[in-house]
Design a protein around this ligand. Structure first.
Ligand code: ADP
Length: 353
């Protein structure tokens, strides 16, 4: 027994920290101070935290919207830490049963946070049940039968005052009544290169990598201005370094790792390029409708709008027009494709000029 314990300890001591299963948690900033960028939103949240604490009340319901990987979930967890409360996590597609919602709500304590990711994907009955919960902390359980003389078809359940934090990649898909019930609405934008550098350096320290400023700069420029992407690339670079250079991350090692991962100098990965190539080669640069494009790429339309497009639009590789997606001259240039001369109608050239 004693021998086994000693063996286990040796195994743990022998592994290089941090371990993979803990990495996501370790990389997540724990406070607003650690959270890089999004200055205006951060400053405002700091005020709202302070005011709520002063009044001894939970912070108002918050909605964070942004493309994936920019820090919505992280902010929800920071909010819980700053307020010193528990956080319960669920998501729109998972929360389908009113009974599950009731279970979640009854498990909350005063001031707790209920985080609903992908809140735009909540079913209608759940969303409607949330209205009175958000407004006056009352959950109505429909009994389904109107008993004669009793005059009521539902039971009322008092819910402790809590904060609902919703996250969405598609604020436009939220219904007006749901959006209006959030007192705080925050948008997170893509990060600047300088901010990405800070994030890369912070994460690399946590991962036990000794990254030079030059290497951090290269990685920052290739991470789609998205912290999650930067972290994902960093972890793979750590693997390459571990095998190829015994752990040292030089600029050369980094470039070689990015080459092997097929991430180009604009940070585009093979899927991004396939996306652009499909518009350019199959649809003559567009416009092409989302459904057609999705079928051509064998992807869900939601994956295209949520994951691929935001960055490509932000960087000016494509535009969304009323007729569909259009590849920009920058996309042609980046892929080294010459644009065929087209008759003058509404072409992408006129759209981007
Ligand atoms: P989202 O919920 O918007 O999809 P997350 O909050 O899960 O994104 O962020 C993904 C990861 O990126 C986090 O685990 C964290 O490590 C990192 N991250 C996000 N935002 C920041 C930031 N502002 N500063 C440092 N790291 C960040």
């Amino acid at each position: 027994m004693g021998e086994k314990k000693e063996k286990d300890q040796k195994t743990v001591a022998g592994k290089k920290p941090p371990q993979t299963e803990n990495i996501e948690i370790l990389l997540r900033p724990k406070s607003l101070e650690e959270f890089v960028g999004q200055a205006q939103l951060k400053d405002n949240l700091a005020v709202y935290f302070q005011a709520a604490k002063k009044r001894g009340e939970p912070i108002d319901h918050c909605l964070f919207y942004a493309p994936p990987g920019l820090g919505k979930t992280t902010l929800a967890h920071i909010l819980a830490r700053e307020m010193g409360v528990n956080i319960r996590v669920t998501s729109g597609p998972i929360l389908t049963k009113l009974g599950d919602l009731a279970g979640l709500l009854t498990s909350l304590e005063e001031g707790d946070i209920l985080f609903i990711d992908e809140i735009h994907r909540l079913g209608r009955s759940i969303e409607e049940a949330l209205y009175p919960v958000m407004e006056d902390f009352t959950f109505y359980i429909h009994t389904g039968s109107r008993q004669s003389g009793m005059g009521s078809a539902h039971l009322k359940l008092a819910v402790p005052k809590f904060t609902l934090v919703g996250a969405t990649t598609r604020a436009g898909l939220l219904t007006g009544p749901l959006r209006d019930r959030f007192g705080i609405i925050g948008h997170l934008g893509f990060y600047g290169v300088e901010e990405m550098c800070q994030i890369v350096l912070r994460s690399s320290k946590i991962l036990g990598m000794n990254l030079s400023a030059e290497a951090a700069g290269i990685l920052a420029g290739r991470s789609r201005r998205t912290p999650r992407t930067a972290n994902r690339i960093l972890k793979r670079v750590r693997d390459f370094a571990c095998v190829l250079t015994g752990g040292e991350v030089t600029a050369d090692l980094l470039k070689e790792s990015l080459r092997r991962m097929e991430i180009d100098d604009m940070g585009l990965d093979p899927m991004d390029r396939r996306f652009l190539l499909t518009i350019i080669q199959n649809y003559d640069g567009g416009p092409v409708g989302l459904e057609t494009l999705a079928a051509g790429l064998q992807e869900e339309p939601d994956t295209i709008t949520d994951i691929y497009e935001p960055y490509l639009i932000q960087e000016g590789f494509i535009a969304r027009t009323s007729k569909g997606r259009v590849a920009s001259p920058k996309a042609f240039e980046h892929l080294g494709i010459k644009r065929a001369v087209r008759p003058v109608k509404e072409t992408s050239a006129t759209l981007f000029s």
